[in-house]
Write a protein that binds this ligand. Sequence first.
Ligand code: ADP
Ligand code: ZN
Ligand code: ZN
Length: 825
Amino acid sequence: MDNKNTLFADIILPLPIPKLYTYSIPSELEQKIKTGHRVIVQFGKKKLYSAIVCNIHNNKPEKYKTKKIISILDEKPIINNLQLKFWKWISEYYMCSLGEVYKAALPSGLKLESETKIIYNESFSEHKNLNDTEYLIINILEKRNILTINEISSLIESSKSLSVIKNLINKNAVYVVEKIKDSYKPKLVKYVKLPDDFKNKKNLNTLLDKLQKAPKQFELLVTYLTLSEFLNNKTPKEVTKKELLERVKATDQTLNSLVKKNALIIYEKEVGRLKENIISLKKSSKLNDFQAKAYNKIKQDFINKDVTLLHGVTSSGKTEIYIKLINDIIATGKQVLYLLPEIALTTQIINRLKNIFGKKVGIYHSKFNDSERVEIWNKVLNNDENSYKVILGVRSSIFLPFNNLGLIIIDEEHENTYKQFDPVPRYHARDCAIVLGKLHNAKILLGTATPSIESYYNSKNKKFGYVELTQRYKEIQLPEVIIADTKTAYRKKQMKSFFSPVLLENIETALKNKEQVILFQNRRGYSPYLECSVCGWIPECEHCNVSLTYHKYFNNLNCHYCGYTLNNPANCLACGSTSMETKGFGTEKIEDEIAIFFPEAKIARMDLDTTRSRYAYQRIISDFENNNVDILIGTQMISKGLDFDNVRIVGILNADNMLNYPDFRASERSFQLMLQVSGRAGRSEKRGKVIIQTSNPAHPIIHFVMNNDYISFYENQIKERKKFNYPPFNRLIKITIKHKNPETLNIASKQLANKLKPIFGKRLLGPQAPVINRIQNWYLKTILIKIEKDKSFSKAKTYLYKTSNELKHTKDYGNLQIVFDVDPM
Ligand code: ADP
Ligand code: ZN
Ligand code: ZN
């Protein structure tokens, strides 16, 4: 073979290997292969992967003998060149490999490898569309339920296995799961309906006549007709099987006889599924004068600036302005990405967008199952008349295969949930979205009522445009803020449970007036810890250095860092006494305690524990919207952007634990959180009230919140940031060193610091033990690097990377992990 003519491809494997791997392209694939294609390759001894072609060239690697690409998985590339550029930027900026970006970017259904687990889709029924090989696999899966790709490869010719699986995924016959326990099992409810034939009254009469002989069946059918209001309703109401059987006191058997006669049909539906209402499209609202002015100013800023900050108070109508801008962009044929920090928020805004943009808008977040995510991916990729033009999504939607973005909106841009903490890449979706926008020549709009210090700084320095909205839409005043001094109240014994008199009074009045209440507590669970009142023993996680949180509903103790759970010990495990006391309070306890004071009120809770299932957000939010709930208790999940009409009172139960958190962003975060939660009150009719409980009413941040004074807050913070060399003046990299042996960790982290000191000098802080210095049996030390804005960031990173790698490969340290977090939050 003439080597000169052999083509090679550099391949991105879904692995944390620092370099791309080169494979040779077999001649039969030469004409077909393109960058962005998924290909099947073998890596290591026997493992197969679906990997991405990053570039194609003639340069034979000198150091190793190349393997051949086995096959191409897709007709057309599924990754475009802009995405590849974007991935490269992420991997360089956030110090990770391209393989790790690839793993984060694609839904698991598009990433296949030997260990990937395939499960059978139980509602699959189109067996006739399968070819022989596919049929064989499905047959086995129906019995076994789960197979790994490795197992499938041993059943059929292994070079074909990945493409067979790909086809099964496309045909919706199987799902891919990365972690079995995460796989979503929808909760189904059985409904009963009449077959279309009997919608004809004549046919129905004949049927009823026939059934006279079977009185129980007759009664059941008639009851169905009554419940569904069939006779006076064009679209009969849906009737559940349970409801029907209970009403007639009939058994399954009676119903089944009717089903056999084709007189009734049983069908299943997921509970809580978004109602697929037929949407009649509405026109977007007419902007009021302030909004129109802001809209025009944004357009004007976009002439000279790529990024503009829209600083608009809560409920000023920022979303209405976004809608207008989206309209403008999609009219030019371009795509729009609309980012939100929280799934809860997407469920509310999607309805507003669907009303206006109909099928053009798609939604993307982690509560979708994998095949749905693949479907959405394809609906962005194809970019034809059936594709989504607007994507509303959480941070991971920056990875969708956009090819023609015109606008990116980053709503609630200050939110730290935009930062991915684990696993790698530890990216910040706002910052990435700005880079992504620039790659597309798109405009970027940051929206918030409480800008991050960084973004406000950038707009003051003219790097970003700046547009302000200081009026609420209906010109309702921002809520009145009342401070409840809990220290004094506790001393005077005025506190009832965790509630100050002023909070209880206000809740009472609101409930009397049929108005709603939101109570905010930034801690889930019942109480953050238990303590033995005899010997002082506190149950701690076996694997982490934290106390376990007590969850009453599950009656267990749970570690919020690793998930470890312990059954609630009746006795102290140290001294055996039975007097274990709960200390502090989380949302679950608030829910219990508030019910004591307002036994008539309907209470709901929204936190991580109550929103694990897919439609939980939707259900809680719509219950609250429809006034089926009077008091909503929640964590920071309820602080963001939700728009409810009837909320009069917002209570912040404990401002202290936010303010006292040991982090340079604690003040900023508390300010934003308090102002945001406050923003949920009094949005539509009357002015709302916010009651902040704190033991430190003199705290400057409390003061800024009371006066809704963003500018003073900013001035106060920016001084501190400057003084202590924090962002936006410096950039930070946090290095976490992990080892299972605390002594080894001590030595290794000191050695790393010593190696880095000559280069970084005073810019290096540490090593030090973080507040929680052991997680999942790994002991932790951190080193913080602060680099001035004018110094080379990439040089620093290269050096850090190199030095850490050398240390990691020192024999004495065995399994040492070094993790980088660029721009830590
Ligand atoms: P923000 O995003 O700034 O918090 P929203 O866009 O959610 O504010 O607006 C708050 C409420 O006021 C929403 O219910 C919205 O429908 C309504 N609203 C805002 N502007 C208009 C407008 N121009 N016409 C009609 N309703 C509006
Ligand atoms: Zn004890
Ligand atoms: Zn733990």
